[in-house]
Ligand binder design. Structure first.
Ligand code: CP
Length: 308
């Protein structure tokens, strides 16, 4: 069973093959209308369940469109509408869904839910985000970096802000794709040490630098994310904003990075909070390529899971 649960749980050769496959599928579509099918229809006859226990724009639409372009069918399910939200166990839900569908993508809160789904499903399960990681996003980000700048191996990536679930998948990717990663943010919002240690053990240079200007020196890529994630308490908003304001990505901060540095944000963004509109809409930014590449990268992930 080939589940796609996290980047650090997937072999580097498989990750590389998925990125290359995604790029090839993007090229093959060559600007054709989005609703037209791909030349090959590898998901023909396949049914895919897309389960959302949290809101989503990009993940929901890109998975749905991707399946359809590859000839498959989808059903989009909200956790609260399913028995999942009314006491049925994850294990039983996984066993039942496996009788109906060929692939499950789930966006949920706790990592334990994803892992239980994968343990009891007889079909592949894809992590569409948990409170702990967001691997599909970072597959799209790696693809985006490489289509603009070539191989990400040996490059310097700087994350500014909250050491959240999206950062965790960047740390996983640093170890697997061989790039260096610097975290700059307040100590109270540091990422889990284990994520950093694992990437270091694989040979990546992983640093924490509290001074954001110093952190971005020599950066090939600067990344940030919202200051209050979906799983954070709304009451923490003011405290988080006060702590994170010095780490806003703005023109002054970007001026310390390489002149050809890229800027990424997984979106949705709170403009002029974690990043200014001048940066988001400026020459460094590739945020909408990132959003588009969710589609292509996830098509490659689904094909890998299904072996088609
Ligand atoms: N980046 C991301 O996962 O976007 P959505 O929450 O809209 O799916």
């Amino acid at each position: 069973m080939k589940h796609f649960l996290d980047i650090n749980k997937t072999a580097p050769d498989d990750l590389r093959a998925m990125i290359d496959s995604a790029a090839a599928m993007k090229t093959a579509r060559n600007g054709r209308p989005k609703g037209t099918p791909d030349d090959t229809q590898p998901l023909s006859g396949h049914m895919v369940a897309l389960i959302f226990e949290k809101p989503s724009t990009r993940t929901r639409v890109s998975f749905d469109v991707g399946v359809r372009q590859m000839g498959g069918q989808t059903m989009v399910l909200s956790g609260s509408d399913m028995q999942l939200g009314h006491g049925e166990t994850i294990a039983d839900t996984a066993r039942v869904l496996s009788r109906y569908v060929d692939l499950i993508m789930i966006r949920t809160f706790e990592e334990a839910t994803l892992l239980e789904m994968a343990e009891y499903a007889d079909v592949p399960v894809i992590n569409g985000l948990t409170n702990r990681s967001h691997p599909c996003q970072i597959m799209a980000d790696i693809m985006t970096f490489e289509e603009h700048r070539g191989s990400i191996a040996g490059k310097k990536v700087v994350w500014a802000g909250d050491g959240n679930n999206v950062f965790a998948s960047f740390a996983h990717a640093a170890g697997q794709f061989g790039f260096d990663l610097t975290f700059t943010g307040p100590e109270t919002l540091d990422p889990e040490k284990g994520f950093l240690d694992e990437a270091r053990a694989k040979g990546s240079k992983i640093e924490i630098e509290r001074n954001p200007q110093k952190a971005v020196e020599g950066a090939d890529l600067v990344v940030t994310d919202t200051w209050v994630s979906m799983h954070d308490s709304p009451s923490s908003r003011e405290r988080r904003h006060n702590q994170l304001r010095p780490y806003q990505v703005n023109q002054e901060l970007m001026s310390h990075a390489r002149t050809d540095a890229l800027f990424m944000h997984c979106l949705p963004a709170h403009r002029d909070e974690e990043a200014t509109s001048a940066i988001m809409d400026g020459p460094h930014s590739v945020i909408f390529d990132e959003a588009e590449n969710r589609l292509h990268a996830q098509k490659a992930v689904m094909r890998w899971c299904l072996g088609v």
